[in-house]
Design a protein around this ligand. Structure first.
Ligand SMILES: Nc1ncnc2c1ncn2[C@@H]1O[C@H](COP(=O)(O)OP(=O)(O)O)[C@@H](O)[C@H]1O
Ligand SMILES: [Mg+2]
Length: 417
């Protein structure tokens, strides 16, 4: 089979790495891919938003399966475009991608199906929301409805900050159309966790759990990032009562809601949760693999990912149980100096060949004149398995010191339990 992977991050490298292990997969292409993916796949210079270009490429190259990694093409309707031409594609259609493309759409779904979540209100008019400042008290959570590359949520402490934030979103239009509508929410406290699930329209199957680290710098001292590391399994889910409650109060009603609303959700559902005193509530949905959760989780997947993707598309997920490795996994992200603020690109990367017992997934790299250089904020994801989380952690940190590029930064406390 020929596979086309849409995307260029560590997540897509991990997907390519896992699919390459399938006996059924002969050739992998990636659009646009990166310096690491290029070792497994033929990278083609097409943007993830170039739906027509990707579609033409898939037809011309007899692609049997296209896997869409990032949210933007999903929300744009890439899956619908492929399906319309009779091509097999992994990911939710445009209707279902609204679960990531619109916070209000998700909140309405959660309310309709009585799934626990923060109280909320939605607005499309600046003057109306001003009348409601602090309706849920402070801190107040303000969210741009649409896609904002992880920057569209503000948590403000008082009325002045709320006014400033709303003005920035709705008057200055810093997030453009994404804040044409906004959602305000009750502030939840507790521990945050996420779950990645395979969904085939009628069955939802959670993957092994992972914990991510969102902030830069050790002990969460830096700003929010796309993710600085993960480990799997997440010790927070080492709790049968909690897992049963999540199944009964969240997963079961989600899938029943999809069926009832006649939404044929197929692909990955990422559920963001806040858990307080054993009570799980949904913070948000994403409709694709999380990055860098995927790097840890796919390292632990024993089953064939191509088979799973096919069974998702065919609505046969319940027929074969998914197998996972017993080992734990740890992933540490090496980032460019300054990330998530300004950083430089094009720095030469050396020493990857000295790394043992790890898989180095590339997030932001490219090959220039035969040399591997940095090409993004997050550059590499050094990932290892171990009998325990501590073993996997040791392998990663013993090896990461071999890799260098100017300004490289990484956290030293990932999976330090
Ligand atoms: N209702 C809430 N109460 C407390 N914190 C929240 C709430 N909603 C979101 N957050 C915090 O803001 C972060 C981003 O919000 P989220 O809804 O996940 O949006 P996105 O990932 O699209 O930016 C969450 O990871 C969480 O830390
Ligand atoms: Mg989120």
């Amino acid at each position: 089979m020929n596979v086309l992977i849409i995307g260029s991050g560590g997540r897509e490298h991990a997907i390519a790495w896992k699919l390459a292990q399938s006996k059924k997969v002969e050739k992998i292409y990636a659009a646009p891919g990166n310096g690491g993916i290029a070792e497994l796949a033929e990278c083609v210079n097409l943007a993830v938003t170039d739906i027509q270009g990707c579609l033409n490429f898939a037809k011309e190259n007899k692609i049997d399966l296209t896997v869409v990694g990032p949210e933007v093409p999903l929300v744009m309707g890439m899956v619908d475009a492929f399906e319309k031409e009779g091509l097999k594609v992994f990911g939710p259609n445009q209707e279902c991608a609204q679960f990531e493309g619109s916070k209000a759409f998700t909140k309405e779904f959660l309310m309709r199906h009585q799934i626990p979540t923060a109280k909320y209100k939605e607005y499309d008019d600046y003057d109306t929301v001003l009348k409601d400042l602090g309706v849920f008290g402070y801190p107040m959570v303000i969210k741009a409805d649409g896609l904002a590359a992880g920057k569209g949520v503000l948590i403000v402490e008082d009325e002045k900050a709320a006014r400033d934030g709303l003005e920035m979103m709705m008057k200055d239009r810093v997030f453009g159309d994404a804040a044409d509508k906004i959602v305000i929410e009750e502030f939840l406290t507790g521990r945050e966790a996420s779950m990645l699930c395979f969904v085939d329209g009628k069955t939802i199957v959670p993957m092994e759990s992972a914990q991510d680290y969102k902030r830069a710098y050790d002990n969460d001292q830096g700003l929010n990032t796309g993710g600085m590391g993960t480990y799997s399994p997440n010790i927070l889910f080492d709790d049968d009562v909690l897992n049963q409650r999540i199944q009964k109060e969240i997963l079961d009603p989600i899938i029943a809601g999809f069926v009832k609303d006649q939404m044929d959700f197929k692909g990955i559902l990422f559920i963001g949760l806040m858990i307080e005193d054993g009570n799980p509530k949904v913070l948000e949905f994403n409709v694709r693999f999380g990055d860098p959760e995927t790097q840890s989780v796919l390292m632990r997947l024993d089953s064939d990912l191509y088979d799973i993707m096919e069974s998702v598309i065919n609505g046969r997920l319940s027929e074969n149980p998914i197998k996972w490795k017993k080992e734990a996994a740890v992933c540490v992200v090496m980032a460019s100096g300054g990330y998530p603020g300004d950083y430089q690109k094009g720095k030469r990367i050396s020493g990857i060949e000295k790394v043992n017992d790890c898989i180095v997934f590339h997030a932001g790299t490219k090959i220039v004149d035969g040399e591997l250089v940095t090409n993004g904020g997050r550059v590499l994801c050094v990932t290892a398995l171990g009998d325990t989380i501590e073993d996997a952690r040791k392998t990663v940190y013993d090896n990461i010191v071999n890799i260098s590029f100017e300004g490289a930064e990484y956290r030293h406390d990932i999976a330090k339990l």
